[in-house]
Design a protein around this ligand. Structure first.
Ligand SMILES: Cc1cc2nc3c(=O)[nH]c(=O)nc-3n(C[C@H](O)[C@H](O)[C@H](O)COP(=O)(O)O)c2cc1C
Length: 216
């Protein structure tokens, strides 16, 4: 099933007319660095985000912290009945080893597949009422969910929102530990974000996580 989800992203890219995507192998996540205690103490919403754009290694570490595998078939963040309803997308403004574009994260292979052109500014900036600090961020991670993988109705939706929150906190703590600035945003038209990213049917954007360097 996990392989199917990653293949689905591939098909979406082809449908969008993008060049045949070769998944980018992300550098292996590291378990070294700042202490969890220091990251917990330092986490705060940072809205003054500037470049340079995130490198492939930084993006990979953040994606892993939100939804990566830390044991075969199991992830850093817990999931109700291990159904894994979340999908992670990344909008990059373009670094040397991570060109501008929209990407989908595949947890099982720890890879990124480029789905389409665009930057946070061009993709999210077109959405009415979009907050400036989000569209101007060097990178925006989008936590999306397909609640039907868990079940039906409000209970499945609640569990999916719970998992999105857990994934978001993992990414935010990791950003802090890397010395990056990051924030949470859901006060935007998430339906429009879902459409702008052309997410697969049944998958909806739940939380946006703008990330960048802290403007001094
Ligand atoms: C679910 C959720 C949605 C949020 N949406 C937005 C948002 O749309 N725009 C924004 O500027 N901040 C947003 N925030 C950030 C909160 O304003 C921020 O967490 C709060 O002011 C506490 O500050 P702190 O994160 O620095 O501790 C959101 C936070 C959460 C948890």
């Amino acid at each position: 099933m996990r392989r199917f989800r990653c293949t689905l992203a591939f098909s979406t890219a082809l449908l969008l007319g993008a060049q045949a995507p070769t998944p980018l192998k992300l550098p292996l996540p590291t378990a070294e660095g700042a202490s969890l205690q220091a990251a917990l103490k330092g986490r705060a919403t940072v809205r003054t985000l500037v470049g340079p754009a995130l490198s492939l290694a930084e993006a990979g570490q953040l994606l892993w912290a939100a939804q990566g595998e830390n044991r075969p078939g199991k992830r850093v963040v817990p999931s109700a009945r291990a159904k894994y309803p979340l999908e992670l997308y990344l909008l990059s403004s373009g670094a040397t080893d991570l060109p501008a574009g929209t990407y989908h994260y595949c947890a099982s292979g720890h890879t990124l597949t480029r789905l389409a052109d665009g930057t946070p500014g061009t993709v999210l900036g077109a959405i009415k009422g979009m907050q400036a600090w989000i569209k101007d961020a060097p990178a925006v991670f989008v936590v999306a969910g397909e609640a039907s993988r868990i079940g039906e109705g409000a209970p499945a939706l609640n569990l999916t929102y719970y998992e999105a929150g857990a994934a978001a906190q993992g990414l935010l703590l990791q950003a802090t530990a890397l010395g990056l600035g990051a924030g949470t945003a859901s006060g935007v038209d998430l339906g429009a974000v879902t459409q702008a990213l052309k997410l697969p049917k049944g998958t909806q954007a739940l939380i946006l996580l703008p990330v960048g360097h802290v403007k001094l």
